[in-house]
Design a protein around this ligand. Sequence first.
Ligand SMILES: [Zn+2]
Length: 410
Amino acid sequence: MKYSNVFPKTKKTAPTGAESVNHQLLVRAGFVDQLMAGSWTLLPLGFRVVTKINEIIREEMNAIGGQEMLMPLLHPKEIWNETGRWDKAAEILYKLKDSREHEYALSFTHEEIVMDLLRKHIQSYQDLPVAVYHFSTKFRNEPRARSGILRGREFMMKDLYSAHVSEEDLMEYYEKVKEAYKKIFKRLGFEIRVTEASGGVFTDKHTHEFQVLSDGGEDTIFYCGTCDWGVNKELMDEKIDTCPLCGKKDIRTGKSIEVGNIFPLGKWYAEKMKVSFTDETGQKKPVWFGSYGIGPTRVMGTAVEVSHDDRGIVWFPQIAPFAVHLVSLPGGEEKAHVLYETLQKNHVEVLWDDRKVSAGVKFGDADLIGIPLRLVVSAKTGDQIELKKRSEKEAKLIPLQAVMSTLTGT
Ligand SMILES: [Zn+2]
């Protein structure tokens, strides 16, 4: 894509009141736009990043048998009353009335909706297990919508739900999802800490959170520096110094961002909503249920929080909006054009800054936008290309042919 066509362009300064790094950089670089507190547009560059995040999540969900679908966001009051969460979750639920006085909620999660699907479509043990997921918008009435796109009133979420014949089967699948989540966050580029946490308005059982250590985080976790034990501070009455898992005196404290969570919900939802199956002996039993979430827009914000410098974003290559940022300077236009066409033909995603602006402006924008590889062609570079990784300081001159064959694999 040519940068001259990208909407919108970069901004010199961050919006007033933008405190968090992800807010400042994502707005300045043209990835997101704020409509109101906690409400964001994913602009074309931001949408490219989230699409890549979603694709990684999708691959790993499909690998553990998840089936993708799409559920509605406007829910009738009656279904939330079945579990009592119309009242219990009143603080975060957006409620509305239509002109005929019917009451609805804007979805903040989909347990009740999946339960309703199950009771309509599941009969016997032979219909189980089931694992379904979707990517969709969630609404939460956050009293303090801040931290940029980390905490929104409306945001994207991938939520997976699974139903099983027994607790054993549920917990086996729960562990499978835990491993899939570890894989996802590793592929996304994060170093993750899995911590125990409370289930909030979802369950009274302990659950697991996937936390990324970051100064921009709102959570505080205790974690072991020797093994992978961790716990959310909200669960601890007092600070401990010995690891309950490995016994080492290596407990550390850190600020962190929660990017995913998994809930073993048990039979509670099935009992409330009368969702049952007949087992092999003909007996009716409630299904065992779990739910599992990842917030892709929050993942994007977290990536910026943990990977940036004073000049801008430093995208992990696997979620960068483009693989290559091509900069043409006077005398290099023709060569840039050939390079651009060749890269595109070979399916290398390239952003070409073809504008008639100074080298300084182009370099500044390249650093701010944060694409992993910058290529510069000018009258000065001759038969060579100046190549610089966003994560490194030094640029190198490399023969054009060598760069092409490396990038296109030819
Ligand atoms: Zn330990």
